[in-house]
Ligand binder design. Structure first.
Ligand code: GLN
Length: 206
């Protein structure tokens, strides 16, 4: 079975674990989800999620615990990473904030809390490139970052004229929270429907 890791230093961890399990189950795959709070677990993981929460806190903890270089090595090995909201901010190449030490695994810059006060939190139906069917994706935004400049990444979805989902090789980043809806298509797209990433193929039954 596959081993999935959810960076669990802070943020909505259970919800990501759930969404990964749903996406795997929909494909007849077994997945063992592990929470990552210390160094030494990421190297065993086939796929990773880095949740939303508070980006300055997540940044401090992944660097402080020695998890940051392991996440970089994971991406360099072409294994998939889904980075959502605060996770996207930490994964980016520039977050425009000294308190965030970016991992630089996703070729895009972000702007924290970019969607304005009156729209602190909202849901939007997104059209996302590469989803399994044409149904709009119900995207939940909570004090969401905008993607400011897209470098190496490709835009998968935009809202209000700004990119809100991008892919850079094995890394998918979203401004919104795909773990907070029953729709696991973003997890499916990141982890199971990609040529770039190296999720081991379904093993033949013994
Ligand atoms: N506003 C948060 C930050 O900048 C991100 C919000 C979220 O992850 N829901 O870190």
């Amino acid at each position: 079975s596959l081993t999935a890791g959810v960076v669990a230093v802070q943020g909505d961890v259970e919800e990501h674990a759930d969404a990964i399990e749903r996406a795997a189950r929909a494909r007849g795959r077994d997945v063992d989800v592990r929470e990552i709070r210390t160094a030494g677990i990421v190297p065993d993981c086939d796929l990773l999620a880095m949740p939303g929460g508070e980006s300055t806190t997540i940044s401090r903890l992944v660097h402080g615990e020695g998890i940051a270089p392991e996440i970089r090595a994971h991406v360099e090995a072409n294994k998939p990473l889904l980075a959502t909201c605060a996770g996207l901010i930490v994964a980016s190449s520039d977050a425009g904030d000294d308190r965030v030490d970016e991992l630089g695994v996703l070729g895009a810059t972000v702007e924290r809390n970019a969607f304005g006060r009156q729209k602190d939190s909202f849901e939007a139906p997104l059209s996302v490139d590469g989803l399994a069917d044409d149904e709009p994706y119900p995207a939940v935004f909570i004090r969401a970052p905008a993607i400011a400049e897209v470098g190496d990444a490709e835009v998968l979805a935009s809202w209000d004229g700004r990119p809100v989902a991008v892919r850079d090789g094995p890394v998918v980043g979203t401004s919104f929270h795909p773990e907070l809806t029953p729709d696991s298509r973003i997890h499916g797209l990141t982890f199971f429907e990609t040529d770039a990433a190296s999720v081991p193929a379904l093993e033949k039954s013994p």
